[in-house]
Design a protein around this ligand. Sequence first.
Ligand code: ATP
Ligand code: MG
Length: 390
Amino acid sequence: MKITYLAKLGELTLKGSNIKSFEQQLVRNTRDFLKHIPVDVILRAGRMYIEAEDEYSEKIEFCLSHLIGITGWARTETCEKNIEAITQTVTKLGLMAKENGAKTFKVDARRSDKSFPMDSYEIMRASASGLFDDGSLKVDLHNPDIIIYVEVREKCFVYTNSHIGCRGLPVGTSGKGLLLLSGGLDSPVAGYRMLRRGMRVECVYFHSYPYTSEEAQKKVEDLAKTLSTYGMQTTLNILSFTDVQMLIKEKAPESWSTIALRMCMMTASNMLAKHINAQCLITGESLGQVASQTLENMAVTESMAEIPLLRPCVGLDKEEIVQTAYFINTYETSILPYEDCCVLFSPKHPVLRASIEEAKKIYNEINPDELIKKSFEERVVKHFYANEAL
Ligand code: ATP
Ligand code: MG
């Protein structure tokens, strides 16, 4: 049996003359996501339709719940464009809901096809009659157990379960960024927030094996994989920073070690960004969250960046970050106990308000650029694709 999913386009509908390129990117992303299964993806008047055999419904639903650029989606019943067929379909869905315990309902109708002889209000009244005339369900306009949606377009679509989409702009419409991805809660959320602005996101992770465990790296790989299900694909660049960390430990004052490490990460990220043509760096920093994230210390980090440094979590509190982490399914992975490199080498009394001048002086004394270049050249690269998750 063929089924049809309907997705509502989000913010991109606000785009003026270049709306086409946003729509086309959304369709490309959807087709790419579903490229291993036979589906038709059709775009028409602010809606995207996916048609396929019922056996693929689980995969299509996975795609739609990860697809950035749609505000909502639903599995629909399609029917002929006449009020008898609509009423029959509304009644069928209403009775199914009744079996699942619903007692009250309302119909919400929309008529995009203005040649249809009834207006939305008339469609609502007429199509609801099959359910309330024989008392199957009661009408409740304010707080119904179910809402049955009817959309009269080139065909007629009827559905009850509408799901919230990821919203945002389709990935691939806003350039490319390099995300510094650690194993914590914040950086995956930062990456997701930029994906939702339409950015392609590639990742870099710095480890200090054997001071950090293989599990810590596996955790970051899992996070990158999860991000790829929203970002269509992502690449994780893994750099060994063990020698850089040892050099910092040897040469920098202990209280400066975290700041020095951040500066080294920026140097490496600059190199990598240039190599992959990323136009900005992204971190999960949130103002005041930890010692290294005071305004002064963030200014030091930023002073090393050769391209814009974006911090999408900067004004979020922990609760907001956690909520998003739950939503995008990174929470359980992020809270696993394996530490990333920063924690093991972190000083007891870190400098809270570093000056850029002093930080640069210490950086020059450490003189880490050769070692950083080596870690960049010896990086390991892993690729993750959204359609592999199906
Ligand atoms: P997170 O929850 O993202 O780990 P955090 O609260 O632990 O952040 P920090 O450890 O100060 O904060 O790191 C700040 C940011 O620096 C991170 O959000 C991340 O973008 C980057 N970062 C830190 N450690 C690493 C690492 N080992 N590899 C890549 N990026 C890192
Ligand atoms: Mg961290």
